[in-house]
Design a protein around this ligand. Structure first.
Ligand code: UTP
Length: 306
């Protein structure tokens, strides 16, 4: 069955990015001048999915406003003779067939997905986390859609991570069935490095078959007191099996401070209107840093935490 619908959860609190996310959604953090959630929607659209449900929550109104038409702004840009900006602004509100539903309280990704049940109905669907984007020739979600067409099961995006980082991810125990394809044997949410069955982590893209809702509905709180999608996936896997696919491309986790910085720098290096000057600036900075030596020898002026 083709994948016609995508669900993008954007209701999380974004505690890793406080205080920036106190009054604005982390999914609206810009990669230069485009909010992350717009990049996520563009990924779904590029993969041919145009029915998109965003799961929002308290304090996330800016996301709805961003994708709404702004007649006043359009009029202003038209009168000011700025056709390119006008096109850009219209493009945002015409991207896809967007729907919004609220998760009443942020009780975890699994809980957020449950609120999509009625909209999704009885067909397989795509899930794209709203705080990650991918730099890939074929959209990451499109790679999973192709994989699902072969397997007919749920398919998880997978990537190798450093051993010491496994406790930040859902981890896959699997057996390789192709160059990039793994049959899932078990899944563990955020294991300690010494308990992790592998370093193959679940990334924020999924194609799920609709029976996942039955497993989510009956789940109690898991790790961190939240309703964990990974727990429901482990149950679904026991019943029907599923696959993980090591996608081509680069993942950017924008909900993480360092991830956000890296994503922004790489994006600037690729932007035709910025890359020349930005590259020159980076070279100057790196030369200066090399001359100054290790950071511990310099006086700290930052607000580093944790
Ligand atoms: P995260 O676990 O990264 O989001 O969820 P978070 O809870 O906002 O992050 P931190 O750890 O506090 O910084 C991944 C995606 O799932 C959504 C988030 O908005 C994010 O896009 N999410 C998470 C929900 O929609 N609802 C939730 O209850 C939790």
């Amino acid at each position: 069955m083709p994948i016609r619908k995508a669900v993008i959860p954007v209701a999380g609190l974004g505690t890793r990015f406080l205080p920036a996310t106190k009054a604005q959604p982390k999914e609206m953090l810009p990669i230069i001048d485009v909010p992350v959630v717009q990049l996520v929607i563009e990924e779904a659209v590029q993969a041919g999915i145009e029915d998109i449900l965003l799961i929002t929550g308290r304090g996330k109104r800016a996301i709805e406003d961003h994708f709404d038409r702004s007649v006043e702004l359009e009029l202003f840009l038209e009168r000011a003779g700025k056709p390119e900006l006008l096109r850009e602004v219209r493009h945002v509100s015409e991207l896809a067939d967007l729907h919004f539903i609220r998760q009443k309280e942020p009780r975890g990704l699994g809980h957020a997905l449950l609120s999509a049940r009625q909209h999704v109905g009885d067909e397989p669907f795509a899930v794209l986390l709203g705080d990650e984007f991918y730099d890939a020739r074929q959209p990451c979600i499109g790679q999973l859609v192709d994989c699902h067409a072969q397997t007919g099961t749920s398919v998880l995006a997978a990537m190798r991570v450093e051993r010491r980082e496994v406790s930040r991810y859902g981890i896959i125990q699997g057996s390789r069935e192709g160059e990039r394809l793994h049959r899932v044997e078990d899944l563990v949410e955020k294991p300690a490095p010494e308990e992790a069955p592998s370093n193959l982590a679940i990334a924020g893209r999924y194609v799920l078959t609709p029976d996942i809702f039955g497993y989510l509905e009956n789940l109690g709180p898991g790790r961190g007191g939240e309703i964990q999608l990974t727990d429901a996936l482990a149950l679904q896997n026991q019943a029907t099996g599923m696959y993980a696919y090591e996608f081509h491309g680069l993942r950017h986790d924008v909900g993480d401070r360092l991830g956000y910085l890296k994503a922004t720098v790489l994006a600037a290096l690729e932007r035709p209107d910025l890359h020349r000057e930005f590259r020159r600036f980076l070279l100057e900075v790196t030369e200066r840093l090399a001359a100054e030596g290790a950071p511990s020898r310099r006086s700290g002026t930052g607000r580093g935490r944790g």
